[in-house]
Design a protein around this ligand. Structure first.
Ligand code: F6P
Length: 342
């Protein structure tokens, strides 16, 4: 291949720029031209495509965000969309594509590959919900940021004898919540994968405050969590560009319910987009470099339709047909750890 392209799509995540830098550096070493596609798939159709050189990626290993910008596109939602993408890619002489993204993005990668256009995936999302890889780029930086927030919020909760509810992202899974809860020593992690009732939560709080004599509690709740009786049902029918429920707000509702049911003073802090824009940790920079280096080899080695996934300690080629449409959900082991040691 003499000219390849790179695109970032879906929610931005720390480490995305390290992915771009890695592919740009490999291209420079091999004399392959790299075309950057700006503003994701809609940008491709609008010809927002230009060469990315080694000079363009100097210093970005340490920066959050994506120099290519990103978005959630409706392209690939309709039959035949992959042909539109292929025409646009060919127009810029792009012979193969590296797609940096999560579940939605890798669905597009697979569709392109199945339509005969060489395409490979780099796993990137703070949610860590992508199957086929133990970790996704951006996840551990988000966990680091949430852990730091929990450490700080503990001081104000303790100073005011309060229950502090901390709402974190993760869409339909609770990986950020359980790992931050373990690392940050929270007292409860409420996640979509494991049911809970508000009575369960209140009973645990009463045990802590009335039996164990604690004057404050820290509860982490994933934005996609809901109690089994549906009291905390949120989103209210608001959807995103892809028609998926817009999440956010469950933490506030939980804090109010807890105040009403227990009489304890409760507040909520929603970490929101702070989880996506911290500078990538070293671990995420290294993960980004490893999986992007592998994706480059897969693409230029003719292995289209593959994801560069972390399996154990090794980065391996994982067939996207075994990844797309699935979600990596929190395991009972992790949930048990969060309940015991959170
Ligand atoms: O997928 C990453 C993510 O941050 C989710 O955790 C969150 O629910 C979603 O993106 C928010 O989407 P948007 O950036 O479109 O508001």
């Amino acid at each position: 291949m003499k000219r390849i392209g790179i695109i970032t799509s879906g929610g931005d995540a720390p480490g995305t720029n390290a992915c771009i830098r890695t592919v740009a550096r490999r291209c420079a070493y091999d004399g392959v031209e790299l075309m950057g596609i700006f503003d994701s798939w809609d940008g491709l159709l609008a010809d927002e495509v230009r060469p990315i050189t080694r000079d363009d990626v100097t210093g970005i290993v340490a920066t959050a965000g994506t120099m290519l910008r990103s978005s959630r596109s409706r392209l690939f939602l309709h039959a035949g969309d992959e042909e539109k993408a292929k025409v646009a890619l060919a127009k810029h002489g792009i012979e193969g594509l590296v797609v940096v993204g999560g579940n939605g993005s890798q669905t597009a990668t697979l569709k392109l590959a199945e339509a005969g256009f060489p395409a490979v995936g780099v796993p990137k999302t703070i949610d860590n919900d992508l199957a086929g890889t133990e970790l996704t780029v951006g996840f551990l930086t988000a966990v680091e940021m949430c852990t730091h927030a929990l450490d700080n919020l503990r001081a104000t909760a303790e100073s005011h004898n309060r229950v502090m509810v901390v709402e974190v992202m993760g869409r339909n899974v609770g990986w950020i919540a359980v790992e931050a809860s373990i690392a940050g020593g929270a007292d409860m992690a409420l996640i979509p994968e494991f049911p809970f009732t508000l009575d369960d939560v209140c009973d645990k709080l009463k045990l802590r405050h009335e039996k164990l004599g604690r004057n404050y509690s820290m509860i982490v709740i994933a934005e996609g969590a809901n109690d089994s009786e549906g009291v905390l049902a949120t989103a209210g029918g608001v959807t995103d560009k892809l028609g998926r429920p817009k999440l956010g707000g469950v933490g506030q509702l939980l804090a109010r319910e807890l105040e009403t049911r227990t009489g304890y003073d409760a507040r909520c802090t929603t970490l929101g987009y702070l989880q996506r824009c911290a500078a990538p940790t070293a671990v995420d920079r290294i993960l980004a470099t490893r999986v992007s280096d592998k994706a480059y080899d897969l693409l230029t080695g003719g292995q289209s339709g593959m994801l560069a996934g972390l399996r154990g300690f090794e980065v391996q080629a994982v067939a996207l047909k075994d990844v797309v449409g699935k979600e990596k959900r929190v395991t009972p082991e992790y949930y048990r750890l969060a309940q015991l040691f959170g």
